[in-house]
Design a protein around this ligand. Structure first.
Ligand code: AMP
Ligand code: MG
Length: 267
């Protein structure tokens, strides 16, 4: 999955990242679904270890255009894990209370505690994406946020948080197909927002903003992955695999029985 990881300091041209790519998996969709099930089994075990060990914290950031699959990824990758140790935080248009604070305020309080995995469905990156595209803040403000984000994430990292950031990469034609599908499927109408077609008109501006955000905030301590996401099965596979790899690298172990308890007899 290394191929999708954005090397810190490298130039990012999003148009060079193929959203249809599926070259990291030799088989077709059916085989990928089986592979995902296997990976999810691993994820369940690793998450339980993480929770039991209470040594690490894991933050997963999901970003992407409308319909890119943030909700779907959460549903399909995490549906098997123990809800006690995993939490989703969604970030919508800021409330007046949130707007009365700095942009990281609402984000910081949702970060994972020890033993926990937290998935951000949108994140502080909205403050250099939608905020930039629609001029919600001045250029001087969003410009300095890249550094503020990097420092914030570095602090989290130094305090023991492992951060993985996924940009779910779809193209404009795929978004059209998905928006149309939403419009024609009564079970998906609730997902359709009047702002979706409007935001779509800013596609090029969003691509510029995403490109720069990923380029300037892919760091050793909080790398970005650009995930080909036109095919949902491949997207799920890439996200799940990266997560499993990262958790495996932690070498978590179940904590041993405390010495004082080892001679205990249950009567
Ligand atoms: P959804 O994810 O479809 O529920 O939509 C959430 C909406 O909230 C999106 O249109 C985001 O752009 C918007 N949003 C999230 N964070 C911010 C923010 N910091 N400033 C402005 N809009 C935001
Ligand atoms: Mg939406």
């Amino acid at each position: 999955m290394k191929r999708y990881r954005v090397r810190p300091g490298s130039k990012v041209r999003l148009q060079e990242w193929d959203p249809d790519d599926a070259s990291g998996f030799a088989g077709k969709k059916a085989a990928a679904t089986r592979e995902l099930e296997k990976l999810k089994g691993r994820l369940e075990v690793l998450q339980e270890l993480l929770y039991a060990e209470r040594r690490h914290r894991v933050l997963v950031v999901l970003q992407g255009m409308d319909t890119a699959g943030k909700d779907g990824t959460i549903r399909r990758v995490f549906d098997g894990v123990n809800p006690q140790g995993v939490r989703v935080a969604q970030f919508k248009v800021p409330t007046p209370d949130e707007l009365a604070h700095d942009f990281l305020w609402r984000v910081h309080r949702e970060t994972p505690g020890t033993g926990e995995i937290v998935i951000f469905n949108r994140s502080h990156y909205e403050d250099v994406l939608v905020a930039r595209v629609h001029g919600l803040v001045s250029k001087a403000v969003w410009e300095r946020r890249y550094r503020e984000i990097n420092e914030f994430e570095q602090m989290l990292h130094q305090e023991g948080t492992t951060i993985l950031k996924f940009y779910l990469n779809i193209d404009k034609a795929e978004q059209r197909r998905r928006l149309e599908a939403r419009l024609h499927d009564p079970t998906k109408h609730w997902k359709f927002s009047v702002s979706d077609p409007r935001e779509r008109r800013f596609w090029a501006d969003y691509m510029t903003a995403y490109g720069e955000a990923v380029e300037r905030t892919s760091t050793d301590w909080a790398p970005w992955y650009i995930v080909p996401s036109n095919r949902k099965w491949y997207r799920d596979l890439v996200v799940c695999r990266s997560l499993v790899k990262t958790l495996e690298g932690m070498h978590s172990k179940f904590p041993p029985l405390p010495k004082a308890l080892s001679s205990l007899r249950i009567s």
